[in-house]
Design a protein around this ligand. Sequence first.
Ligand code: F0G
Length: 463
Amino acid sequence: MAAKHISWAEPFKIKMVEPLFMTTRAHREKALEAAGSNTFLLRSEDVYIDLLTDSGTSAMSDRQWAGLMLGDEAYAGSRNFYHLEEAIHRYYGYKHVIPTHQGRGAENLISKILIKPGDVVPGNMYFTTTKLHQELAGGMFTDIIVDEAHDPNSGFTFKGNVDLSKLQGVINTYGAERIPYVSIATTVNMAGGQPISLANLQALREFTSKHGIRIIHDMTRVAENAYMIQQLEEGQGNKSIAAIVKEICSLTDGATMSAKKDALVNIGGFLATNEWDVFEEARNLVVIYEGLHTYGGLAGRDMEAMAIGIEESVQDAHIRARVGQVFYLGHKLLDMGIPIVKPVGTHGVFLDAKAFLPHLRQTAFPAQALAAELYIDSGVRAMERGIVSAGRDQKTGEHCFPELELVRLTIPRRVYTQAHMDVVAESVQRVFEQRHSVTGLRMTYEPKYLRFFQARFEKLPAA
Ligand code: F0G
């Protein structure tokens, strides 16, 4: 964890501010009850420091805001689309681009195009929306990430790595022809924001090429992954973030992007591919689900902000400060003795709810209960990433029981200060001191898809 000691002072100063409001404990108790103990159902007005997600919550730069004024809102062939296309060619290197309203729009397209019923999609851990689109297209996701990724206490540096022997096992069972692609995320969100190494990706490229299998890259946090490679991978320290990002992309055949994360915009995404046939099909399908292939559900101004955000996101000084702030919070919590996923990830700090609340069984939703408790304590909003997020098994209808039962303190980019991180750490510490009095939850409403977004819960009585 060498990056801990690097100065991460922000390479910007603040030009515009938005007031925050603190609420009383009594107010928060009422608000949480109205939200069915689900932080997704809180009104943001009732939140003090919002660490629900780093998605769409970044502060844009003055250049991006200026870009909004240059929106060319033509229905077809907007100038901003060509700027976006240029930025993607320059910084990511993919040949063909289809804008989408956000990441899951791109996931829908690629899943529909490449997956046939009965197919199997191996990946370095699941992501909620990605997996669901694979399933809706008739496919089955299967996890081929290294075992270390499922252990919050393993200090392994590249927990996003693929275990090639697991991939070989999937090929032995199903045959390469039933694997339309391997789904690779940089970084791995559900493992705690953990990176894949360049060496592992290179080995995967070699392996999949031999079997004629594509790699589709979920590049939502690719710059953050590149930073970890630059800091921690043998022989990569002298490369720029921009160079590593491009190298990662060059090892894959196509990508889905939620530009709401790395690319520093409040809305937007795209599908990219190096294959003409896939592009043609996507260009046709996008008009059904998103809009014409030169806007994909976005305003011209959104595409302009994205083009500028992509360029800003691969600057070394930016990414050092971004990950530096996450590391600051993570190491502060570690110093306090709080159980978190190790090593600290790049977009947030993940509390280990199983270790935090060992008296709660997993069916009492410990991470959901912990996120609720943290909100009550200080108005800090976090997100459950455990059994609720994992959903139910497609075949048996039973809960999936993930090894990792986590609460994610996700840090928006360029939004909060070091002092805010201190407030968060102090609140986590207070909840930790009172952890024995935290009770579990019972689910009272469960939506069919992606239940974590809208599920409702009730507190169980104290044991
Ligand atoms: N892939 C990853 C790794 C993600 O983290 C997300 C979104 C998506 C795909 C889908 O993109 O939201 O633009 O449709 N993650 C958000 C989060 C929701 O809070 O982690 P989207």
